[in-house]
Design a protein around this ligand. Structure first.
Ligand SMILES: Cc1cc2nc3c(=O)[nH]c(=O)nc-3n(C[C@H](O)[C@H](O)[C@H](O)COP(=O)(O)O)c2cc1C
Length: 303
């Protein structure tokens, strides 16, 4: 899709709310937690039916080259953190080789394997150097990832402060250190779920345009778990999201609550054979609008 030239975004992130307190005061208060399971979006959905809302057809797609001349890394940052959402947030606790403790939130966080338990953390560069968390993780190879819940989200957010070296985010946030078992940095006692982790590997990233180092990927192995007792089932294998009350990160400074969900059954090929057959025959021709191709492609994919 061709678009008119766009205004260049500022080189630096600027606050969207010069008077955030005023904006906040005009919003509804944070209401009591509840979780509802609703039906799926379309309980009548059948194999081959595709999207349940055809309005996507009314819109063209904008194709973006991340390295286009008029595009800055900040454009890509804003696009990616607003488009890859919601992301879990972990307040990461580390200790430097000198014993200096550090706490900061990270949403470039994901579980990528469970046997062994493996997590990834993405550290972008600070103003001029590696962030304290990444320096500590790279040198001591240890950290604790504390999943952020509603009941300490402000404190967790506050740990992102650009405190000078020697000023503790533990004190500034008011969060409580509790001893870890297999790593030196303490875990956050308030966290419903915390993972002690050890560094397995790291990879440095460099800007293709400037050649400068722009970030570090840390691959971490989970070596010990801590779960609040009322969030854990008897078999010790499920964390209750109603107790965890996870907070996700959307774009900008917006956080997300998890309060409504729906369950969708996993498909097993052959189990719903009749439905699949119908789906291939009917929807390939009718819905996809690609007549024969649709039928052939859908059929091939399912075999
Ligand atoms: C919710 C949230 C998520 C964040 N996620 C990341 C992230 O994934 N990677 C990153 O480098 N910085 C992230 N930041 C910014 C860091 O927390 C911030 O730069 C912090 O000051 C780093 O602290 P440190 O230098 O003590 O490690 C995030 C901030 C917030 C509030």
């Amino acid at each position: 899709m061709s678009l008119p030239p766009r205004a260049k975004s500022p080189a630096k992130l600027v606050s969207r709310y010069p008077d955030f307190e005023k904006v906040q005061s005009e919003r509804a208060p944070f209401d009591e937690y509840s979780f509802t399971h609703t039906q799926t979006v379309d309980p009548a959905w059948r194999p081959g039916s595709g999207a349940n809302d055809p309005s996507w057809r009314d819109h063209e797609t904008v194709h973006i080259d991340p390295y286009a001349g008029d595009r800055t890394p900040l454009d890509n940052y804003k696009l990616l953190v607003s488009g890859i959402v919601p992301r879990p947030i972990g307040v990461v606790s580390t200790e430097g080789p000198d014993g200096q403790r550090n706490l900061a939130p990270f949403s470039y966080l994901q579980i990528v394997n469970h046997d062994p338990p493996i997590f990834t953390l993405g550290f972008t560069m600070g103003a001029s150097a590696l962030k304290d968390t990444s320096r500590h993780v790279l040198s001591t190879r240890e950290c604790v990832i504390n999943l952020v819940s509603e009941h300490f989200v402000e404190a967790a957010n506050y740990t992102s402060i650009d405190a000078p070296s020697g000023v503790s985010e533990w004190t500034l946030s008011g969060l409580t250190p509790a001893p870890s078992c297999k790593v030196k940095p303490p875990r956050v006692a308030e966290a419903v779920f915390a993972v002690e982790a050890k560094l397995v590997a790291s990879h440095d990233w460099f800007s293709p345009s400037t050649g400068e180092k722009t970030g570090v990927l840390a691959i971490l192995s989970g070596v010990y778990f801590h779960v609040r007792e009322d969030a854990l089932n008897e078999d010790r294998n499920v964390v209750d999201f109603r107790v965890l009350r996870p907070v996700g990160r959307l774009g900008g400074i917006t956080y997300l609550r998890a309060r409504e969900g729906f369950e969708v059954l996993r498909p097993t090929f052959g189990k719903d054979g009749e439905k699949e057959k119908n789906g291939v025959e009917q929807n390939g021709a009718e819905k996809n609008g690609v007549e024969k191709n649709g039928v052939e492609q859908n059929g091939a994919e399912k075999e």
